[in-house]
Design a protein around this ligand. Structure first.
Ligand code: PLP
Length: 386
């Protein structure tokens, strides 16, 4: 057994990021200015979109997407329950209702064939989440949205590198939100980015991210003399700032290198686990590019004499950090009690909640680390096999 614990995730921060942060600190400009813009421009090039707008989180981007589209009390927003709390929490912040649609068995994304039965005159928006980095069936979701006049806001927290039928995620819907949280594919510690190809949406999001202050007001007063600003909406304090962006600029340059290393690790895991009867792996469509954010195994509990939590604890005791993505939101107290859910109301999500384990997947892992994780997982599972 290893002596040192292998964490579930560890960001890979290089000397470039450190020097850029120090440069920012020395420059006298530490809040939103040129480095934020530089990171936004890099992100626009990477995604191939017209506008990328830096925020302090992905959560903020989803929230602003709802605000920008006038979502309000009494409206309904459809999403997946198999996500992080943030996706649905922002719907609740606006007094709107979260409507959960069950997920697909094969990749745990929202089941697009079950969306339409949840649509009624109150429904205003759909928030698809590209679980683990596998894009949702966006053609079908867009078709549903078009026919019912709904807006789409994509939660792409896992999906920066993803493509759907050749198109980069970030260009598919009007608004897409990405995360640079510490455990995501690239990081700024905390941070997010929202993308759009719509001039009006971009202008609105920029205004909303910083107090609802009109930039145009500045122009009216010209460059000479004091520049006044106008508050045109009670906006939010959601702006990314230059110390964050300094990290992001260099993380973005390494994004494909990181992805390629995760791909190697992914394949090493696949080779080890595809033989095990006690595990089901998620499937991958050949019409997509997977962002490879999470490596998820699903335990076949029928063939095991232990629960997922017992197996997880045993893996951690062997010094491997693991995670659970996710326990379906409809079984969390707030959503269960507010909407009166029973676990079996969303049977696929409920079942997956009890079976998933996420394994370490990050570019700083050595082959020895990957082999150790595989060895530990296989031996723990064999020990509990019926
Ligand atoms: C991490 C995550 C978020 C939130 O991202 P932040 O940048 O921390 O706000 C939202 N949705 C999903 C699916 C996530 O995994």
């Amino acid at each position: 057994m290893r002596t040192e614990f292998l964490p579930f995730h560890r960001p890979l921060i290089g000397i470039e990021e450190i020097e850029e942060v120090v440069d920012t600190l020395r420059s006298g400009w530490i809040t939103t200015a040129s480095k934020t813009r530089q990171f936004e421009e890099g992100f626009e090039r990477y995604i191939g979109c017209k506008y990328a707008i830096g925020l302090n989180s992905c959560t903020a981007g989803i929230h602003l997407g709802l605000v920008a589209n006038g979502i309000k009390q009494g409206d309904e927003v459809i999403t997946t329950p198999f996500t992080f709390a943030a996706t649905a929490n922002v719907i609740e912040h606006l007094g709107a209702r979260s409507v959960f649609v069950d997920i697909r068995r094969d990749n745990l994304n929202i089941d697009e064939s079950k969306i339409e039965e949840k649509i009624n005159p109150m429904t205003k928006a759909i928030i698809p989440v590209h679980f683990a980095g596998h894009p949702c069936e966006m053609d079908k979701i867009k078709d549903i949205a078009d026919r019912h006049n709904l807006i789409i806001i994509e939660d792409a927290a896992h999906a920066i590198e993803a493509r759907y039928k050749g198109q980069k995620v970030g260009n598919i819907s009007d608004i897409t939100s990405f995360s640079f949280y510490a455990t995501k594919n690239i990081t700024t510690g905390e941070g997010g980015m929202v993308t759009t190809n719509n001039d009006k949406t971009a202008e609105l999001l920029r205004m909303l991210r910083l107090h609802g202050i009109s930039k145009d007001a500045w122009k009216r007063y010209g460059m000479e003399g004091y520049q006044h600003w106008d508050t045109i909406y009670p906006g939010y304090k959601y702006n990314m700032f230059d110390i964050q962006a300094a990290i992001g600029i260099h993380q973005l340059k390494k994004i494909e290198r990181f992805w390629n290393r995760r791909k190697e690790i992914f394949h090493m895991y696949d080779e080890q686990f595809s033989q095990l009867d006690e595990i089901t792996l998620l499937s991958m469509s050949n019409e997509i590019r997977h962002a490879l954010h999470l490596y998820v195994i699903m335990l076949n509990l029928e063939g095991l004499k232990a629960t997922r939590d017992e197996i997880m604890n045993e893996i951690q005791r062997m010094k491997v950090g693991v995670g659970v993505h996710f326990r379906s939101l409809h079984i969390h107290p707030y959503y269960r009690d507010k909407y009166g859910y029973k676990g079996d109301d969303l049977p696929v999500a409920n079942n997956a909640s009890q079976r998933v384990i996420s394994l370490p997947l990050y570019p700083g892992m050595s082959n020895d680390d990957v082999n150790y994780v595989s060895h530990v997982v296989c031996s723990v599972i064999r020990r509990y096999s019926l």
